[in-house]
Design a protein around this ligand. Structure first.
Ligand code: URA
Length: 230
């Protein structure tokens, strides 16, 4: 496929924007900056935009990990173990995390080398639901159900959160589905009700559900059927 068409296939990238990206030297193929939109991109070429890998030049790889407490959702960290330390795979430097979790949050984490695929999974405009099991220090105020559905104002970002679905499971436990991923969003939402989140576990991202056979720290490859859903 031509490079300009390849870029124009990105979410929110028009043909005009693709031409501008190329003209400003922001795209590279196999580590060489390419400004010519007619350049042919082949299956095993590595394509990058602003240094972010869009096509890895290698067969795509997708993993689902059950993140344990106490490791960082990052590819490297000076102090703590990272989620990549849990993967026994070659070429880990080519992998990235599609939607991070906090240090003490557990559950579904997707790791891949396919930047286009992971963008589709995580970009805010796709509004794919992310479902969390939440445990709190104090009883959950039932008013949270309606308030979360209406959206909460986050002063720092000057925005109102998108409608979120809260199902109360018992006095201190709920299932929450968000359509976005703001910084520490779940903790900050409960924080507005002066309630501390004591445990947070991601069960689902869009159509992808954490495999319950995966104990914390274990992972598996996504099936072709799973990757095709994104
Ligand atoms: N919201 C949080 O507060 N933390 C997470 O890890 C994910 C969502």
């Amino acid at each position: 496929m031509r490079l300009d068409r390849f870029l124009a296939n990105l979410p929110h990238c028009s043909h005009r924007q693709a031409r501008l990206l190329l003209a400003s030297g922001r795209a590279s193929v196999n580590s060489k900056i390419i400004c010519d939109g007619t350049h042919e991109v082949r299956l095993f070429d590595r394509v990058e935009l602003d240094g972010e890998i869009l096509q890895a030049g290698k067969p795509a790889r997708f993993f689902m990990l059950n993140k344990p407490v106490g490791c960082v959702s990052a590819t490297s960290d000076r102090q703590h173990p990272t989620v990549l330390d849990l993967l026994h795979e070659p070429d880990k430097d080519q992998l990235h995390i599609a939607g991070r979790l906090d240090f003490n949050t557990t559950g579904l984490l997707i790791i891949t080398n396919d930047g286009l695929w992971s963008r589709r999974l995580t970009q805010p405009s796709s509004q794919l639901g992310k479902t969390y099991l939440v445990e709190t220090e104090d009883p959950i105020d039932p008013a949270c159900v309606d308030r979360f559905a209406e959206g909460l104002y986050f002063r720092f970002e000057n925005l109102t959160t998108l409608p979120a679905k809260l199902e109360l499971l018992d006095s201190h436990q709920a299932r929450l589905t968000l359509r976005e991923g703001r910084y520490h969003q779940v903790k900050r939402m409960f924080g507005q009700f002066n309630n501390k989140v004591t445990a947070l576990h991601r069960e689902r991202m869009g159509p992808l559900t954490l495999d319950t056979a995966l104990t914390p720290g274990r992972y598996r490859t996504l099936t072709a059927a799973e990757t095709a859903q994104i």
